[in-house]
Design a protein around this ligand. Structure first.
Ligand code: VG1
Ligand code: CO
Length: 541
């Protein structure tokens, strides 16, 4: 088989965002576009000669074609072995696990996560390093630089490889090992959680519903929840991964997983329900008559982690992304754990996890995880909830009520303004940034600003610095807001407004009502309506 060197020119804008490079699918399908980015990855990491890589994706449109392109490019550049999920499928956490289990040098995950899939929707490529985690900023910056200097890429003139069944075959001198995407991951889950206790809970008539949203977790959830844990057949809904996710938006939140959300408040509600996103790293947790906010979920998991075999030895520390609510901070304070606030994006947890400084971490964006892999992990969170529910024999609502009684309640919400005019959104942030030093002491609606700063982070392990990670404004009494622009969108800009307040003895149930003074204060300070022309957020979570 012939190695072919294809002359090429740099493609503008191949700059990885919060989670890899995410663009319109048609852009990725342009001749040379994916090839350029992949070659930039190879160049940035010192080549792939002799290396072992993991490859798989969430099954969205172009996943299969992209996998073949990447296999040929890995072979042409001298990779020794690529371990690829059957059908080119791997959930993000399963890919992270495979990289670690097999001691691979890194991996490529084909996914735009929770963004819709299809020829006219979104596609993405993420590069993970040998620890199994998303490439840190130093590596993504090197990839971007390499993409700007590219003049050729290498590929192999070879036909497609059959990825439809597990086996090892060759592509030129490179081994292609097709593996079942679920087995190793399911085995890891069995080590972490008390499957017997969960099985006993489910056998007692406990009703479970898991919405795979026609994305990658379908096969994982069927194997683990139905086959290994004995949940009733059909407990996993929308279980077949589809290239367009059944025309859905595979984002597990009350807006995009509305049927599931409505069901949990309906007459025939199951005891427990959950959903995951396109690539399987996000989760939404629901219990009969109640929605568990992701920040609360992290806090509850941390407070009860010791009930799960994998965490019986205790929690070393916790971390949350800065905009995530401080619910977990209160658990950490009570238990004497260290607690870190990092910039948005899972890559910032990697060093803390590798150094053994934290055991659990999470983000408000429906992401929770631990040191078992180096990605957030949707099904892991579901199993940890089930283990805790089985061990305590409490309802989800009961567990939350007990948690709030002990730690108080962090009212929390995120308001997203999507596909906003990019210049208007950037000007809003720039003007607010400029105003920050003068805000303390200022009145904003019924609240008074106590502090205001732009978040920057120094990694406690390697000293690397991340600037401009969100504008954080605190109010007298402890409420706060954070404003930042999304790094995962593919159209215009997405403005995210994070809102939080705390109540020691919570009353009421309406989050938006509880946060009304904070919402009004943000409007007074940032003028979102006038600047974006929007009356209300597009998505409230
Ligand atoms: C969003 C979330 C962030 C998450 C990222 C990737 O980023 O806010 O918390 O880490 O998506 O998640 P942004 O920059 O759009 O706010 V996923 O499930 O795409 O890997
Ligand atoms: Co995801």
């Amino acid at each position: 088989m012939q190695v072919k060197s294809v002359p090429t020119k740099p493609v503008e804008g191949q700059k990885p965002g919060t989670s890899g490079l995410r663009k319109k699918t048609r852009q990725f399908m342009q001749p040379g576009y994916l090839e350029n980015f992949v070659q930039a990855i190879w160049n940035a990491i010192g080549g792939v000669s002799g290396k072992t890589l993991v490859l798989g994706g969430d099954g969205r449109f172009f996943n299969d074609r992209a996998a073949q392109i990447i296999l040929r490019m890995a072979a042409a550049s001298g990779a020794a072995r690529v371990i690829v999920g059957q059908g080119a499928l791997l959930s993000t956490p399963a890919a992270s696990n495979l990289i670690r289990q097999r001691g691979a040098d890194g991996g490529i995950i084909l996914s735009a996560s929770h963004n819709p899939g299809g020829a006219d929707a979104d596609f993405g490529v993420k590069y993970n390093t040998a620890n199994g985690g998303p490439a840190p900023e130093s590596v993504t910056a090197a990839i971007h630089e390499a993409s700007e200097r590219l003049d050729h890429y290498l590929t192999l003139e070879a036909p497609d490889i059959d990825l439809s069944r597990p086996r090892t075959t060759g592509l030129g001198a490179m081994a292609v090992e097709v593996v079942d995407p679920v087995t190793d991951y399911a085995t890891l889950m069995e080590k972490l959680f008390d499957f017997n206790a969960i099985r006993a809970l489910l056998q007692g008539g406990y009703q479970l519903r898991f919405d795979a949203m026609h994305a990658v977790t379908g096969p994982y959830a069927v194997e683990i929840l139905e086959r290994r844990l004995g949940a009733a057949p059909g407990s996993v809904i929308n279980a077949t991964p589809l290239p367009d996710f059944g025309q859905g938006h595979p984002d597990p939140n009350p807006v995009w997983a509305k049927p599931l959300y409505d069901a949990i408040f309906g007459p025939d509600a199951p005891d427990f329900a959950a959903a995951s996103d396109g690539d399987g790293d996000r989760n939404m947790i629901l219990g009969r008559g109640i929605y568990v906010g992701p920040s609360d979920s992290l806090a509850v998991l941390a407070a009860n982690a010791h009930l799960c075999p994998g965490y019986a030895g205790g929690v070393r520390g916790v971390a949350r992304s800065m905009p995530t609510s401080r619910a977990v901070d209160r658990v950490a304070a009570a238990r004497g754990w260290s607690c870190f606030a990092t910039p948005t994006g899972w890559k910032f947890f990697g060093n803390l996890l590798d150094a053994g400084m934290i055991t659990l971490c999470g983000e408000e964006s429906f992401g929770t995880g631990s040191d078992h892999v180096r990605e957030k992990d949707g099904l892991w969170a579901v199993l940890m909830w089930l283990n805790i529910l089985a061990a305590t024999r409490q309802s989800v609502a009961g567990l939350l009520a007990a948690h709030w009684a002990e730690f108080g309640r962090s009212w929390y919400s995120r308001h997203d303004y999507e596909a906003v005019d990019a210049a208007a959104a950037e000007a809003l942030i720039a003007d607010l940034r400029a105003a920050l030093p003068d805000l303390p002491g200022q009145q904003a609606g019924a609240l008074t600003v106590s502090e205001a700063a732009e978040f920057a982070y120094t990694d406690p392990v390697d000293g690397s610095r991340a600037e401009r990670q969100g504008l954080e404004i605190g109010f007298v009494g402890g409420a706060r807001t954070v404003l930042r622009l999304s790094g995962t969108g593919t159209e215009g800009a997405t403005l995210r407004v994070y809102l939080e307040s705390h109540e020691a003895s919570p009353t009421g149930t309406d989050t938006q009502a509880a946060l009304a003074p904070v919402i009004a204060a943000v409007e007074a300070l940032a003028g979102i309506r006038a600047r974006t022309g929007r009356d209300a957020p597009d998505v409230i979570t």
